[in-house]
Design a binder for this molecule. Structure first.
Ligand SMILES: Cc1cc2nc3c(=O)[nH]c(=O)nc-3n(C[C@H](O)[C@H](O)[C@H](O)COP(=O)(O)OP(=O)(O)OC[C@H]3O[C@@H](n4cnc5c(N)ncnc54)[C@H](O)[C@@H]3O)c2cc1C
Length: 357
């Protein structure tokens, strides 16, 4: 048996950011993770899009705070170990296929800038056949591959974080909370953070069944650097410039924990490009992959302690916006671990909102 101040289950963005934030506050942390095909964080497109994602109004203000938390967070990662993570805050274009849609977009986005067809064509020639767009300032995207590499390196470098590659099979929330791994090794700590993405259901001993289900998303990357802004396509899907490539996302499919790419998924994604930026559809497909979003019933994360077993803390159910929310949420969870009164800042994300679900 090993012991620490905190055991984190899961080494995706939720687990790693929480481990680092807790270590920053002097806690000794064990992160237990087993790599799984379909883990969401590396698969994600990295959009930071609180203005567009159709979030419930109660969550909007937190989502904007989470987006605006990013520049400082990445600067701290750079100062810590020189890890450079590209962040794009040029704004996101929401494209309109005709004038009626453009009017609707303008009406529902008071903070956005309206672009006529000619203004859009001047800004982004590859999008010239659209009827116009609105530009949501300050939204953008982060390079999730660079971010996950930086977080992994930061965890490796942190003196008070140790990593274990193992599968957690159960949690025992007795006097001294502990987790039991497939290897039979136990790890105990006064706090356990559950950040197991789409796989929470497979862990036994939880005080409740978390309402988190996997929703698979497929993405493509195309070999073109002709687009400079993130763009939401008129009939669903999005285009995200990343380095010399263009990420095209994403399908939403209920496949359980199966996570396989398909020819139909590839066609759907190419169709997004065909409709939004037809000139780019001839670009070579560099890669095609999929991941599992851990989706909660209201699409918002589940954060904070379990009311019945407060030593178990959730960093779960991040749904479609886990890249956006995780670093911000991790700071608030870590603050809660060292000074419990500060759970208040994430009260509205508590698991009890699903009581009786
Ligand atoms: C296609 C797609 C596109 C997306 N695009 C965006 C986007 O543009 N913007 C955005 O904000 N979000 C996006 N998301 C959502 C975001 O990626 C997720 O919300 C977020 O990554 C979830 O992080 P996580 O750490 O909870 O889960 P994961 O990244 O899945 O990590 C969970 C980890 O826990 C491990 N694990 C699970 N069970 C156990 C166990 N029992 N023992 C040990 N280890 C275990 C898993 O192997 C995995 O490594 C997207 C997701 C997908 C799939």
């Amino acid at each position: 048996m090993t012991s620490a101040d905190l055991v984190v289950i899961g080494g995706g963005i939720a687990g790693l950011t929480t481990a680092l934030a807790a270590a920053d506050r002097g806690l000794r942390v064990i992160v237990i993770d087993v790599p799984r095909p379909g883990a969401a964080s590396r698969a994600a497109a990295g959009l930071l899009a609180p203005s567009i994602e159709g979030l419930p109004s109660a969550a909007r203000e937190h989502a904007v705070a989470a987006r605006d938390f990013y520049p400082g967070y990445l600067e701290r990662l750079r100062d810590l170990g020189g890890w450079d993570v590209p962040l794009d805050r040029r704004g996101i274009l929401e494209l309109a296929e005709d004038d009626r849609v453009l009017q609707e977009l303008v009406a529902r986005s008071p903070a956005a800038t309206r672009l006529s067809a000619s203004e859009l064509a001047a800004l982004e020639p590859a999008l010239r056949q659209n009827a116009g767009a609105v530009l949501h300032p300050r939204d953008g995207a982060v390079d999730t591959i660079a971010l996950m590499s930086a977080l992994n390196s930061a965890v490796e470098a942190a003196a008070n974080v140790s990593r274990v590659v193992d599968t957690v099979v159960s949690i025992e929330l007795s006097q001294t909370p502990r987790v039991v791994c497939a290897s039979s090794v136990r790890h105990s700590a006064p706090w356990i953070v559950l950040a197991a993405g789409s796989w929470t259901d497979a862990i036994s001993g939880l005080p409740r069944r978390l309402p988190v289900r996997p929703v698979m998303g497929q993405l493509l990357s195309l070999g073109t650097n002709e687009l400079h802004h993130v763009a939401y396509a008129p009939a669903g899907g999005y285009l995200v410039p990343r380095g010399n490539a263009l990420i095209v996302g994403a399908t939403s499919e209920n496949t359980g924990l199966a996570c396989d790419i398909s020819a139909a998924g590839r066609e759907w994604l190419l169709d997004v490009v065909r409709r939004a930026a037809p000139a780019l559809v001839a670009a070579p497909v560099l890669s095609h992959w999929a991941g599992l979003r851990p989706v909660s019933p209201d699409g918002m994360p589940i954060l904070g302690p379990d009311p019945a077993c407060p030593s178990l803390v959730y960093a779960a159910g991040f749904s479609r916006n886990g890249i956006l929310f995780a670093p911000w949420a991790a700071e608030r969870i870590a603050a809660g671990l060292v000074a419990e009164r500060t759970w208040k800042s994430i009260d509205s994300f508590g698991v009890n909102r699903f009581d009786g679900y």
